[in-house]
Design a protein around this ligand. Structure first.
Ligand code: R5P
Length: 310
């Protein structure tokens, strides 16, 4: 196998390389003066099993173009198989038409990756599992929860934990975590009774006196988890912690989380951390490098990937 990384998340790519003890294929991934992406693979890859590591995180379009152009360069260099390793698959939230005359961009992006020449995809905690079906090539969707469970066992007293889904859409994910921890489950149900009225947050489940653990796939503006934390504390929760796989953290999200009532937010390194994130006292990061490294090893050696989660 050979590894190649785009520019979106070098630290994660290097950690994966260390896990696998595989050096990176020499390649030039740079910009022309007008910001067009240019890629040159600097060593022979004919007949190789290639793994391209690139999150399509901010700036999403630039990183997506890098991924597509790297795949195209590998295909034209006669690589035998090309796996797009996409720790964070951007555009995933645009997986349906929210209204008439709107796109399904997640499907478009899946088509672009396939058409560029990817033979398979390896990703982590897709926003919705069904997005796997947008790809007509084999797609492995890894779960970040086992890494979260390890962290929760190290940092929190397991006895009074209540796992909370911050919205109705995340119930399956939260139920999975509650099951792994042997904890109870509560749900934040956001409702706007009438147009123009502000959103009401109802909590399904008794959270009073409990240590609550919000779980989500993405934290973007931070609004969802910070508002959920406020609602839980209002209902008598003792403390609120949050876990999310992908720390998109755009705009003023880091400041919002820093100033929130959350004891901590734990994210993975699927997206490279900014200086602000690294400095934020209540944001902690756990690594999915070993998980991805092991999955790459298993794909390259035709071994089961699903058994990683047995
Ligand atoms: C929504 O369906 C997702 O699972 C996340 O809850 C959402 O993307 C979080 O966004 P924000 O942090 O901007 O509220």
């Amino acid at each position: 196998m050979k590894l190649l990384a785009g520019n979106s998340n070098r630290p994660l790519a290097e950690a994966i390389g260390q896990y696998l003890h595989v050096p990176f294929t020499r390649a030039l991934v740079r910009r022309f003066a007008d910001m067009e992406v240019f890629v040159e693979i600097e060593e022979n890859v004919r007949g190789e099993d290639m793994f391209v590591i690139q999150s399509t995180s901010f700036p999403a379009n630039d990183h997506l173009m890098e991924l597509l152009i790297i795949i195209d360069a590998l295909r034209r260099s006669s690589a035998k198989r090309i796996t797009a390793v996409i720790p964070y698959f951007g555009y995933a939230r645009q997986d349906r038409k929210p209204g008439p005359r709107t796109p399904i961009s997640a499907k478009l992006v899946a088509n672009l990756i396939t058409q560029a020449g990817a033979s398979r995809v390896l990703t982590v905690d897709l926003h919705a599992g069904q997005i796997q079906g947008f790809f007509d090539i084999p797609t492995d969707n890894l779960y970040g929860q086992p890494e979260m469970v390890r962290d929760i066992r190290d940092y929190l007293d397991n006895e009074h934990l209540m796992v909370v889904s911050p919205d109705v859409g995340g119930v399956v994910r939260a139920r999975g975590l509650a099951k792994r921890l042997g904890a109870d489950l509560a749900i934040v149900d956001k409702r706007r009774e009438r147009a123009g009225e502000s959103e009401v947050m109802n909590i399904i489940g008794d959270v009073s006196g409990r240590i609550c653990l919000l779980v989500d796939d993405i934290v973007d503006s931070g609004g969802t988890i910070c508002n959920a934390a406020d609602a839980l504390l209002e209902k008598g929760a003792k403390a609120v912690y949050a876990y999310a796989t992908h720390g998109v953290l755009s705009g003023g999200a880091v400041a919002r989380i820093r100033d929130s009532q959350l004891k901590s937010l734990v994210i993975t390194d699927s997206i490279a951390a900014t200086e602000d994130i690294r400095k934020c006292s209540n944001i902690r990061r756990i690594s999915i490098a070993n998980l991805l490294g092991e999955a790459i090893y298993r794909i390259a050696n035709e071994k089961s990937v699903s058994s990683l989660f047995d």
